[in-house]
Design a protein around this ligand. Structure first.
Ligand SMILES: [Mg+2]
Length: 245
């Protein structure tokens, strides 16, 4: 079934909104693991030093380090952080958290600011598959809304799409949802998103590489199709790209 996407379109009225996952759908999964995370790990030391010299950044960093210090209290086996919660000396503990891939709120906040500087200075560029922006323009041209739903924060989503090598795609995007709306495997999250867009779930088409997310969207009444970027062409029930949509 080479044109499954076209068949989706013919069977149903055109979606009034498209909801896109990022990792593995609009963007290679490796972008996060091979670009974003190594960049934040590499820039951590310089970021900590430079933030202490900037009055505003210093305040944000101290606030993160207070939170980080609370998290540290519950640790066993963490590297020494003698002057806690002073940001000086926090580097070893932060590197340890990165190494363990720990979901630390304070670490996430610090990484978010490192990426923000990276994007703003042009040292990091966002990345999307080459069929993504043309498809988004096509959908916008037909009057549909296009929104993002990703477990990365809304700030991280905006940074990625506003700093693409091709330019700033955010003018073509109508909304951003992250896990503050709810987990991606919970049908209720998709109902909430449709209602925020003032649409019924059936008006929205969700695209994701993760079957459990597709299933959750379908359970909410939303339309959803799985994307498999590893395929060379569309297959039965799965799309290789956005080209046929
Ligand atoms: Mg994904």
């Amino acid at each position: 079934m080479a044109n499954f996407g076209e068949q989706v379109q013919k069977r149903d009225p055109a979606p009034k909104a498209y909801l896109l996952d990022i990792e593995g759908t609009t963007t290679p999964i490796e972008f996060v693991t091979k670009t974003l995370f190594p960049y934040a790990a590499r820039e951590l030391g310089p970021f900590l030093r430079e933030s202490l010299n900037d009055p505003q950044e210093r305040l944000a960093l101290i606030s993160d380090c207070c939170l980080l210090s609370d998290e540290y209290e519950k640790e066993t086996g963490a590297p020494e952080w003698p002057a806690r919660p002073d940001p000086q000396g926090a580097q070893g503990y932060l590197e340890w958290l990165i190494e363990l891939d720990r979901k630390s709120t304070a670490l996430k906040s610090i990484q978010g600011r490192i990426w923000e500087y990276g994007y703003q200075s042009g040292r990091i560029k966002g990345e999307v598959y080459d069929d993504v922006w043309p498809a988004v323009r096509r959908w916008k041209g037909s009057g549909a809304k296009v929104c993002i739903y990703s477990s990365g924060s809304v700030l991280a989503q905006r940074l990625l799409f506003s700093h693409l090598p091709e330019g700033d795609m955010t003018a073509d995007l109508d909304g951003y949802f992250d896990t503050t709306t709810g987990p991606k495997r919970d049908p209720e999250s998709y109902r909430r998103i449709a209602s925020t867009l003032e649409l019924t779930p059936a008006d929205v088409l969700f695209l994701s590489d993760v079957q459990e997310e597709v299933d959750a969207a379908i359970a909410s009444g939303m339309r959803a199709v799985r994307i498999d970027r590893g395929l060379t062409e569309d297959a039965s029930g799965v799309l290789a790209s956005f080209r046929s949509l």
